[in-house]
Design a protein around this ligand. Structure first.
Ligand code: IMP
Ligand code: MG
Length: 189
């Protein structure tokens, strides 16, 4: 689906670039208190790729030297509703036996993705899995799962930007915006 096939919508700013930057920096400071010097960061792609890149560099400013690994789990795809099923589309091939893993995702929503990911990484031998999300929508939880570290708690709105998409659109936006559907007209920002 290309951008012009999507229903008309606008992206309304929710968290500015500077607000996100400052929070990623303070998250790194908090994480540096509990992480060993050599954790393995596992980012869930594609959504967490910007958060991973930003947080990895922020961690280095706080004396943490992580190894970086990635994993792709099934996600929303083209819809704004979750299918309720999680599957491994591309597994993490990084050795995790006995390692402290920092698991990163863009958004904690129903909780299914992170619940699955934590168990999956534990099954691969991780000594400890610490979960951290840029955004949390507590109202949307379907199963009991809480992240160890949360960047921002947000209301039940559909968001894009900083790696987060709507049908593969808007990942490149440097801020977090809320998608608002309009009755007609151009897709705007
Ligand atoms: P969960 O398994 O329901 O917690 O889903 C988490 C995943 O759903 C996130 O990693 C996102 O990929 C996706 N998701 C949840 N909310 C949004 C949103 O507002 N915009 C875009 N993707 C979202
Ligand atoms: Mg995702």
């Amino acid at each position: 689906m290309s951008r012009r096939d999507l229903p008309p919508h606008v992206v309304e700013p929710l968290l500015s670039e500077e607000t996100v930057r400052q929070r990623v920096e303070s998250l790194a400071a908090e994480l540096a208190q509990v992480l060993p010097v050599d954790p393995v960061v596992v980012g869930l792609f594609k959504g967490a790729f910007v958060f991973c890149a930003d947080l990895a560099r922020a961690l280095s400013r706080h004396g943490v030297a992580p190894e970086l690994a990635f994993m792709v789990l099934s996600s929303y795809g083209k819809e704004t509703q979750s299918s309720g099923r999680v599957r491994v589309a591309l597994d993490c091939d990084h050795p995790l036996q006995g390692r402290v893993v920092l698991l990163l995702d863009d958004i904690l929503d129903s909780g299914r993705t992170l619940d699955f990911a934590v168990k999956h990484l534990q099954a691969k031998g991780a000594a400890r899995v610490i979960s951290c999300v840029l955004l949390d929508k507590p109202e949307r939880r379907q199963i009991p799962f809480e992240a160890d570290f949360v960047g921002f708690s947000i209301p039940n709105v559909f968001v894009v930007g900083c790696g987060i998409d709507y049908a593969e659109q808007h990942r490149e936006l440097p801020f977090i915006g809320a998608v608002a559907f309009t009755s007609s007209g151009e897709i705007g920002r």
